[in-house]
Design a binder for this molecule. Structure first.
Ligand code: SAH
Length: 399
């Protein structure tokens, strides 16, 4: 075997400040946090503090993020790549064991929180959809995919690598079948509702798995209510409202194909009473007559308006306007389930915006419940960036 070039060491040392952050659980580091050792080529490394004490394993990268920590590992050597991924994948699967039926959808691997930075894997029944966002994970797919496919008996494994962050690591944006047959549609059942997931061209990995707890809540609250599902996509919330006995459900989205899927989904489930409106939600809300309270339950689940820190201010105005308009359309005692999926908008900031939206309205607004993504999307508490979805249940009270 040829000797490794002198700069490619199996270990990296962090400077004292970065070592302190690492010890406290922060997983992300930049090139100037590194005291000794090279971050190129991208590989699995042993991470040490400035005095050579072990800080576990890390993945190096060529982008802005030079190093992502991936947890402790016995001994002092760098493990074999297959052994590392197998162990981490098994731990992630074990953590979700017993929670999944054969036709269920769930996130099996959630990046940093599962000590697998740069890897997301969602399961939709027999189909697995993954996202690899760093070079170490990308270069290890030949180990990850056959192992998972065999272990879970997957009919298909699809890479939804059409995500912009890949370019920071010099990786192409692509959607690719990695294993098995090309399954373009797969049905999952959640809270008794059948949803059609499109692994190759649906949003994200095919479906918004993260909103599972909120969909259950909508189903519980919907009985006899007039429901409005804003930014509905395939009507996941509207269908749960109808499953829960809603008197009516109006689903609004600017995408005609998404609305066609919502209609087909409602029909397939045997739900009557779904109406759709194609158009811009901002225009739709402005077009509703003020003081003409129409809805008993409104779901407001917009896309992430703030894709970067710079866009936060404009995004805040958008969230505030939408929430205010939606609150105005609530009937007495009506509920607003309001969401943000932008990780640039933290929980306290979002609640402040909602407070501003509610100020001066001729009724009280109370917060009944705070929700987030389900337990299959764990949040690493020392990495708050991983908590991107915030959901609040508000209620209008008049007396
Ligand atoms: N609530 C959905 C997910 C929403 S995704 C669910 O639970 O599955 C965001 C949706 O907003 C997309 O379907 C997109 O087409 C739509 N959208 C984005 N901007 C919009 C706008 N200004 N008006 C109407 N729809 C919009």
């Amino acid at each position: 075997m040829a000797a490794e070039p002198a700069t490619v060491t199996p270990e990296l040392r962090l400077n004292p400040r970065a070592s302190g952050f690492a010890r406290r659980g922060q997983p992300w580091f930049y090139a100037d946090d590194v005291l000794a050792g090279s971050v190129t080529p991208p590989r699995l490394v042993r991470v040490l503090d400035e005095e050579g004490r072990d800080l576990g394993l890390g993945m190096t990268g060529t982008g802005k993020l030079a190093l992502r920590l991936c947890g402790p590992w016995p001994g002092l050597a760098v493990p074999d790549r297959d052994a590392f991924f197998r162990a981490r994948l098994l731990t992630a699967l074990d953590a979700r064991a017993g929670q999944l039926g054969p036709t269920d959808g769930a996130r099996l691997v959630h990046g940093e929180a599962d000590l697998l930075p740069g890897l997301v894997i969602d399961r939709y029944g027999p189909v697995l959809v993954l996202q690899a966002t760093n070079a170490v994970v990308e270069n290890s797919l030949d180990a990850i995919v056959p192992f998972l496919a065999e272990r879970l008996g997957a009919e298909a494994v699809v890479a939804r690598n059409d995500v912009a962050v890949r370019k920071h690591e010099g990786l192409a944006e692509e959607v690719r079948l990695l294993h098995g047959k090309r399954v373009t549609e797969v049905a999952i059942v959640e809270h008794g509702v059948r949803h059609v997931v499109r692994p190759f061209d649906g949003h994200k990995t095919g479906f918004y798995l993260d909103q599972r707890p909120a969909r259950a809540l909508v189903q519980q609250l919907a009985k006899g209510r007039r429901v409005l599902d804003l930014f509905c996509y395939q009507g996941g919330f509207a269908m749960n409202a109808l499953a829960g006995g809603a008197a009516s459900a109006l689903a609004v989205d600017q995408s005609e194909p998404a609305l066609a899927q919502a209609t087909a989904g409602a029909t397939a489930n045997g739900f009557a009473g779904l109406q759709t409106h194609a158009g811009n939600v901002f225009d739709f809300l402005r077009g509703q007559r003020e003081g003409h309270a129409n809805f008993d339950l409104i779901v407001l689940d917009p896309p992430a308006f703030a894709k970067s820190r710079r866009e936060v201010e404009g995004a805040e105005r958008g969230y505030r306007d939408l929430n205010r308009q939606a609150l105005r359309l609530l009937a007495p005692n009506g509920f607003l389930l309001t969401c943000t999926c932008s990780h640039h908008m933290d929980g306290p900031r979002f609640e402040e915006l909602v407070r501003q939206a509610a100020a001066g309205l001729p009724f009280r607004v109370v917060m009944r419940q705070r929700l987030g993504a389900g337990p299959d999307h764990p949040v690493l508490v020392t990495h708050p960036e991983s908590e991107y979805l915030k959901v609040l249940l508000l209620q209008r009270l008049d007396a």
